[in-house]
Structures are given as C-alpha cells and as structure tokens.
Design a protein around this ligand. Sequence first.
Ligand SMILES: Nc1ncnc2c1ncn2[C@@H]1O[C@H](COP(=O)(O)OP(=O)(O)OP(=O)(O)O)[C@@H](O)[C@H]1O
Ligand SMILES: [Mg+2]
Ligand SMILES: [Zn+2]
Length: 261
Amino acid sequence: MNDETMSVPEQAQATTEVILETCLECRTSYTPPADLAALQDSPWFIQRGLCSETCGERWLDSKLKDSGLPVRYRRMTLAGFDPYVSTLRDKLYRAWTWVRSNPGVGLFLSGAVGSGKTHLAAGAMREMCRRGLRTAYTHSFQFVAGCQAATSQGRALADIVCASLRDGVDVLVLDDLGAEITEDVGYHSIAFLIEICYARDINLIATSNLSLGQVYELCPRVGSRLAEMVDELQFPEADYRLQLAQRRERQRETVNGGRVN
Ligand SMILES: Nc1ncnc2c1ncn2[C@@H]1O[C@H](COP(=O)(O)OP(=O)(O)OP(=O)(O)O)[C@@H](O)[C@H]1O
Ligand SMILES: [Mg+2]
Ligand SMILES: [Zn+2]
C-alpha cells in the first residue's frame, strides 16, 4: 500500500510510527537516529547502541573488565590525567592524537616509577574501547607467571600465548614489561606475544621502567620487534604516588591544625 491508497488516518499512523531500539546496557527502549547520517552525527554511546551517557560509561566499564583491565586501572582516564608540567601536557596530547588517528604504530611508555605510564595507557585503552575497538590488557609479569605455571603442567607455550589473546583484539596494553624477559619462559612468551601482535596488526601500548634501548640490550628479539612496532614516549617525571601521599599529609595537617585552633 502506498500513500495514495491509504486513508488519512492510516497515513497519519504510518508517519508517526517509530522503530525503537533496545539499549545494550539497561535493555530499555529508546528512539534511535532516523538515518545513517544522523547516526554518524550522534554521540558515541548512541553509535554503540546505548541509550544514554550513563549507560555508555557502564558499558565501557564492563568491556574494560572483560578486557582484563583491573578495577583500579579502570578509574584511570585521559580526562583525569593531570598535565601539571608541560612535558606531561605534550604526552597527554600525543595520547589523544594517537587515539583519534586510528594508529598503525603503537606506543611504548617508558620511565620512572609512578610517573603516570599505566594511567595514560589505561586512559588510551578506554578511549579505544569507546570507539568500538576490541581491547585487551595484560600485566607482563603475571602473563609470564601464567605461562610458567601452564608449561610446568606440560602445556605447549605457543598454545597458552595464543589462547591468552582473544581473536579479533585490536589493541593490547602490555603493562610493566620488565626484567622477566630475560628468563627462559619470559623471553619466549613475551617474544611470541609480540610477534602475534605484529602478525595480526594488533596495536600495542606497552609500559616499562626500562627504555626501548634497555629492552633491546636485555633481549634483542623483543627489542627489535618493538622498535618497529611502537613510538617511545619517555617519562622522566616525578612519582605521582608520592605527590598524592604528600597531599594527604598536608590535608591531615590542615584538619588537625583546624581542630587545635
Ligand atoms: N599526571 C597524573 N594525573 C593524575 N594522576 C596521576 C598522574 N600521574 C600518575 N597518576 C596517578 O598516580 C598513580 C601512579 O601512576 P601510574 O600507575 O600510571 O604510574 P606508572 O608510571 O605506571 O608507575 P610504575 O612504573 O610503578 O608502574 C596512579 O594512581 C595514577 O592514577
Ligand atoms: Mg605502571
Ligand atoms: Zn540504557
């Protein structure tokens, strides 16, 4: 039936008929954008099939949890990163542009303890997830320990490494790469993991207290592949954990001072 063959009430009903969609998070119905152009202009959560920003953030949190990102790191966002010196402002800018540019080359965040490497990596991971990319997080030492435990039970290392990285992952955060790469299983498991990322075009964000040069010295197989796959961002900044502790101490002093007076 076309418009000409419809009665006036039927036409009115047809034009007001709305197709509803079910929010992936809260399962309530909402009105989606009318067409593709409107969808492309919509906020990110509508594009992901979610009814509101609140549902969007909840959905993101559960995606990141499924990606293996521990709860403390799920609170680390790019928006919550304090660029208190210009060198950190530059790195925050690099992280945002990296997220937005659909990168082919990953990031290697190297440097001092507590300087914000994992925070920036977790924040970038969150933004990649928001864009609909599939993310995974692994802590290097825990990954190697898991490989060691499984190989001691007779499982093949290649199978364990492959199984640890779900099919279709676009971005892997490899946190805290360290001296475990010099150990036998560490050497083979990390080298193989990185080779899989290389072969499957998985974008890598690695963090380490070591520089790329030091990784190369400890383990040329890993350092060589990383040199091709990532850009290095160095973090010589101060330990933010100590700054947070000092801030707490100052607050306590202020409160105590207030009581005495
Ligand atoms: N610029 C920053 N703005 C806000 N919070 C920060 C900043 N830098 C670090 N932090 C916070 O300080 C703590 C330590 O940061 P993070 O875990 O990123 O350090 P790291 O460089 O990964 O250290 P490590 O080498 O010990 O792993 C976290 O709670 C993090 O959220
Ligand atoms: Mg860290
Ligand atoms: Zn919802």
